[in-house]
Design a protein around this ligand. Structure first.
Ligand SMILES: N[C@@H](CCC[C@H](N)C(=O)O)C(=O)O
Length: 269
């Protein structure tokens, strides 16, 4: 059976998007997401995105990391899906309902409210998530926040100098994070600008992480380091993140449709 897909990316964080509303798809088999994500497959991606009908919103977006794990949120894919949908929509995700709005060559997304309670991150035991009394090889006193998925955020003098490929997987799988965690290292340039690199749970180093940008911006705002509206520069480009008086996070930035294709379902199932 041949299946159509759209290859999209948000600032270089790339996705295979399957639309189960437009075509009948068999249930996603164990290992299918990681087989499609594998760069040697001829397709490859950081996340597989599955669009389905929803009883609670305009449609449902399911998100699978390259390692096959299903997760609650993906900021860059939210903008990509907004572009694909072509008009404002409410989207059901594992992390809650978000609101997307295509805008120029990208989209603006209401990502919802951040959660800071240690049980909501989740952490293995209680502590202050604004200034956590923990460290890994010189990276210390991070903050943690859940923006539909779990993030830990470290502020450092120069985020480019952190060996994130080595220390990222160590922190991601630390028992402190029972559901693992996305690892953000950030440098505040001034009150309106942050530089950020992300080791993504289940995907590794990516060119950009939308939820990482939201988590980092909100955490920097919580610590009083930046204004409530900031530009977050990632290796793949820049996102604007605002944390409103209504406690909701709004992310704005580009998204790109790379190409359309099809594959034989049985080759990956
Ligand atoms: N690339 C995404 C985040 C994807 C999910 C994340 N790796 C997780 O496991 O929570 C983004 O742009 O937010």
């Amino acid at each position: 059976m041949r299946v159509d897909f759209v290859k999209m990316h948000g600032l270089g964080n790339d996705f295979v998007v399957l639309d189960a509303r437009a075509q009948a798809l068999p249930p996603l088999g164990e290992g299918m997401a990681s087989a499609l994500a594998d760069r040697r497959s001829g397709i490859g991606c950081d996340q597989l995105i599955l669009l389905e009908p929803s009883g609670a919103a305009d449609f449902r977006m399911r998100i699978f990391n390259a390692d096959g794990s299903e997760v609650g949120a993906c900021g860059n894919a939210s903008r990509a899906v907004a572009l694909l949908h072509g008009k404002p929509a409410r989207v059901e995700t594992g992390g809650g309902i978000i609101a997307v709005e295509p805008r120029g060559d990208g989209a603006s997304v209401d990502m919802g409210e951040p959660r800071f309670d240690w049980q909501d991150i989740p952490l293995a035991y209680g502590m202050d998530t604004a200034l956590m009394p923990v460290s890994w090889e010189g990276l210390d006193q991070p903050g943690a926040v859940n923006v539909g998925n779990p993030h830990v955020v470290f502020f450092v003098a120069d985020c480019d100098a952190v060996p994130l490929d080595r220390i990222g997987p160590e922190i991601e799988t630390d028992p402190l994070f029972p559901e693992r965690v996305n690892v953000n290292v950030a440098s505040v340039t001034d009150r309106g600008h942050i530089r950020l690199r992300v080791w993504e749970r289940g995907a590794g180093l990516t060119r950009a992480c939308g939820t990482g940008a939201c988590a980092t911006a909100v955490h920097a705002m919580r610590r009083g380091l930046v204004e409530r509206d900031v530009a977050v520069a990632l290796p793949g480009g820049t996102l604007t993140i605002a944390w409103g008086e209504d406690n909701r996070i709004r992310m704005t930035g580009p998204a790109t449709e790379a190409y359309r294709g099809s594959f034989e379902w049985g080759d990956f199932a």
